[in-house]
Structure formats: structure tokens, C-alpha cells
Write a protein that binds this ligand. Structure first.
Ligand code: IPM
Ligand code: MG
Length: 335
């Protein structure tokens, strides 16, 4: 919020409790007041949801339900997760430096379909036995629109697109691959490869720098984006944008959030890395407020902060670590 206020003092920012913060007040995970504020806004800058005390509860009583509803009800189908290794952080990666130096890829995750949302989705008792079902379903137009987003992005980058599926086993994947190949015809400059998700998981650690844009369905994207994130040394550096159907390019309504979810062990300690949130705000300016200039300004300021050796605890070790607020100060100073 402080970074945004510095570059865009004209923005009006309003806050609402959702997830655990709302549940703790006896409200639903996404209270009506929060929804009304979102309805009236150009974009949502989202914190993180998830707390261990809700584990095992049904989804509607969990903090994650807020995110589930926002993504579904605003049809935020296109989730962009850029993964970059900042100069100076190459040695923070669990992989060898030469594998990750200069790494720059984007995961384009389908966010409103697949097994997250398909019905039936329930636990039930059949013939005296407990069972549970989730449904993985895709309709061709859902695949086509996310494929288009990915091809457009690849064309603006290094012209390489990797589509990830499990077509040796899943019908949804066979449809996915067919539709991606159909759309590919419209983008002759983009080289397309198809990988099975297990192979993709392996190659992400084997040759991460060869990836440019990776497009995949909802749950594969959830899993692969955490894997890709840790290549950077800290999941706390990765932002995301979830874009929908409302608005026009550059002025799309969207939700912006760190990809990592909560870190309950760090709550209240002023220790968590704010980079993912700061970079999410930059993406918000780029995609929802048509403000590329300030988006780049924020991104450059974060890069300089790392180049100058500033680190939060998970990257520095306790001795030289900056707190959350001190790291944010360092970014604001460089704006
Ligand atoms: C993510 C998160 C969410 C997801 C959780 C918090 C529901 O892991 O955005 O990747 O599974 O989509
Ligand atoms: Mg996830």
C-alpha cells in the first residue's frame, strides 16, 4: 500500500476483511460488504488466505473460500505468474546457479475451470461406505480463451509456448491439446511444445531457463507454479495477476496477489518478504490501470533493492535480515 501511495497518490484505496479475518469476526469468508467494495473498484489487491485452524472444515467455512468465490464470480480465468530470478539472488536458489541465472518464464494458469470448480464435488456415503468426488471438466471455449492469452504473451516475449497436460490418461487433456493446436494456427511465429505434467515437473528443474510461456489447466498450474517459484530461492518474491472478462486490455478488472498463500508461522513478526505483494501492485498498475510507467518503476526499484544486497530473513539469515517494513522502506527509497 505504501509503494502504491508513493507512485500513485491519486489512487483511492479501500480495505475489506475477507478469509480468516472475516471468519474471526463471525462473518462469511467473503462478506457482502467486501464484495460491494470489489464491485465498485478497478482492481483488487489481495492479501493471502489460509490458516491451519480451519483445516478439515468444508470449503465454504474455510478462508480459501473468499478466493474461490472472487475468482469464480468475477470470472478471473487468466492467472499470470511471472517467475524471475533477480540479479544477486542466483545463489539463493536450491538449484545450481548456472541453471537459474537469468531465468524468466511466465506460467499462464487457467483459473476458473477444471477440478477446482467441476460438479459433482462432494463427500457422500454410498452403500455404507464414505466416498468423495471432484470433477475435472473443461469446455472448449474455456481452453481457447486461455490459450489465446498465452499465445499473445508468447508473441510479445520469446515466441515459445509450452502447453502442459496429461493427455496419455485424461480426456480433458486430449481436448486441451487439440484446442491449443487449433489456436496455434493463428500464431505462426510461436513455437509450441506439449509436455505431460510429470515431464514438465521434471524439466522445470532440469532446464528451467528454456521455458518462456507455460500454459496449463487449473490444478497443474497450481502445482507447477509453486515448483517454479522456489527456483527463485523464495516463494515470497512471486506476484500474480488474475484477469477476467470485464474491461479491455490494460484496463481489465483483475485480482493481484502473491502466489504463495499465507505463512502462519510468520504472522505478526514483521519478517515476511513483501516483494510478492509489491510486485503484485506493479502488475495491478500494468493490467488494470494502464500504467506501464509506474509498473516498471516499481519493478526497477525492487531489482535495485536486491542488487544493493537488501534481503529479508528467508534469503539473508537472521544476522543481516531486514524486516518486512524495512525492506519496503528500501524499495520506497529507490522509487
Ligand atoms: C494459489 C493457492 C490457492 C489455489 C489456494 C490458497 C486456494 O494455492 O493461488 O496457488 O490453490 O489456487
Ligand atoms: Mg498454489
Amino acid at each position: 500500500m505504501r509503494v502504491l501511495a508513493r507512485v500513485r497518490p491519486d489512487l483511492e484505496c479501500v480495505e475489506a476483511d475477507v478469509g480468516g479475518a472475516a471468519l474471526a469476526r463471525g462473518l462469511p469468508a467473503l462478506p457482502p460488504q467486501a464484495r460491494e467494495l470489489c464491485d465498485a473498484s478497478a482492481a483488487i489487491l489481495f492479501g493471502s488466505v489460509g490458516l491451519p485452524q480451519y483445516d478439515g472444515k468444508p470449503l465454504p467455512e474455510r478462508p480459501e473460500y473468499a478466493l474461490f468465490l472472487l475468482r469464480r464470480d468475477y470470472e478471473l480465468y487468466a492467472n499470470l505468474r511471472p517467475v524471475r530470478v533477480f540479479a544477486g539472488l542466483e545463489d539463493a536458489s536450491p538449484l545450481k546457479r548456472e541453471l537459474v541465472a537469468g531465468l524468466d518464464l511466465v506460467i499462464v494458469r487457467e483459473l476458473t475451470g477444471g477440478i477446482y470448480y467441476g460438479v459433482p464435488k462432494e463427500q457422500r456415503r454410498v452403500g455404507g461406505v464414505d466416498e468423495a468426488v471432484d470433477t475435472m471438466i473443461y469446455r472448449a471455449p474455456e481452453i481457447e480463451r486461455i490459450a489465446r492469452i498465452a499465445f499473445e504473451l508468447a508473441r510479445a516475449r520469446r515466441n515459445r509456448l509450452t502447453s502442459v497436460d496429461k493427455q496419455n490418461i485424461l480426456e480433458t487433456s486430449r481436448l486441451w491439446r487439440r484446442v491449443v493446436n487449433d489456436v496455434a494456427g493463428e500464431y505462426p511465429s510461436v513455437a509450441v511444445e506439449h509436455l505431460l505434467v510429470d515431464t514438465a515437473a521434471m524439466q522445470l528443474v532440469q532446464r528451467p531457463r528454456n521455458f518462456d510461456v507455460v500454459v496449463t489447466e487449473n490444478m497443474f498450474g497450481d502445482i507447477l507454479s509453486d515448483e517454479a517459484a522456489i527456483l527463485t530461492g523464495s516463494i515470497g518474491t512471486l506476484p500474480s495477476a488474475s484477469l477476467g472478462t470485464r474491461g479491455t486490455p490494460g484496463r481489465r478488472f483483475g485480482l493481484y496477489e502473491p502466489i504463495g498463500g499465507t505463512a502462519p508461522a510468520l504472522a505478526g513478526k514483521n519478517e515476511a518478504n513483501p516483494t510478492a505483494s509489491i510486485l503484485s501492485a506493479a502488475m495491478l498498475l500494468r493490467h488494470s490501470l494502464e500504467d506501464e510507467t509506474n509498473a516498471l518503476r516499481i519493478e526497477r526499484a525492487v531489482e535495485r533493492t536486491y542488487a544493493d544486497g537488501k534481503r529479508t530473513a528467508e534469503l539473508a539469515g537472521p544476522a543481516s535480515a531486514l524486516s518486512t517494513s524495512a525492506f519496503a522502506d528500501a524499495v520506497v527509497e529507490r522509487l
